[in-house]
Design a protein around this ligand. Sequence first.
Ligand SMILES: *Cc1c(COP(=O)(O)O)cnc(C)c1O
Length: 367
Amino acid sequence: MSKSLVERIIRADVRALSAYPVPDAAGFVKLDAMENPYTLPPALRVELGQRLADVALNRYPVPSYTQLKAKLCRHMGVPAGFDVLLGNGSDELISIVSVACARAGAKVLAPEPGFVMYGVSAKFAGLDYVGVPLKADFTLDLDAMLAAIAEHQPAITYLAYPNNPTGTLYGAGDMEAILRAVADNGIVVVDEAYQPFAQESFMPRLPEFNNLVVMRTVSKLGLAGIRLGYMAAGAALLQEFDKVRPPYNINVLTQTAAEFVLDHTAELDRQAAALRSARSDLAAAISAVGAIEVFPSAANFLLIRLANADKVFAGLLQRKVLVKNAGKMHPLLKNCLRVNVSTPEENASFLVALKESLQELSRESLL
Ligand SMILES: *Cc1c(COP(=O)(O)O)cnc(C)c1O
């Protein structure tokens, strides 16, 4: 049989993949994607609208993005002497790093379960990916990490700080040990997508480690829609990554919106503080339901473990509440659900739907 056009031209490993699944959430309480539930206040939105209306849509962006980068450095605590590289979301930065480091035989290493794009991006760039299991309580298995680093000499090691989908904030001492073990043989990307909720950071420590790259995004902060990520590292590394970056990767609307919001960070800080306090409330309320394990989280979501998670997930869906059925993602996540921390109202809706789903299950088991 002759091969189809697709079989002839598309890589076998790409054909074997399924597309990144994004469920249609219309009509649902959406607690599956770590979005910030809050929007900008009306007065700021009107002002932003005016700014966006004045943007020259007929012109290409100026690809140096000097002003936006300077604002990010100033507001996000990038140490003096360091700069940032911008990406169309940190997903693009992960891809840029992968492509730039894809020498023959180069490897990528990350703890698992972790952020899926590290592995996906590695694969697309032709890098080998090595996942190192976390301990059962989702803390780092430092011995296993050090052994894997010695064996594989990874060009890129990813540490999400805190980790997605577990919410774990790894010990800073363990992170340092990994940075030292990797030494000059690779870079360590500390992915701080959830920094506003963790309030811990390796950003100030850039001068200490020449192999450290600190990656951030505005997505979880409340601007997921504009697609903007940034990474800070030493100039020599950034210069090389910049060659792989598509020249106009940040569009003028994103650039303008980001610069505007960076002038009003107090609002985002308030929102992050509200979510941090809602996180403890929600964790306590879920624990009070009984027979549910709530893992410690430094992010804007909680990972929980409970019996019959698949059925509870289905019960939540029936009640129009969408969370992430994490059990499908990794064997260590068996019977786990990942739920966003949201507004008090949405958190309450989740709790009601959770309790109803559990009651329904216990009724069924009595029949
Ligand atoms: C959400 C997330 C990202 C991706 O962020 P974008 O900037 O929206 O692409 C990166 N890393 C981790 C760990 C995340 O959870």
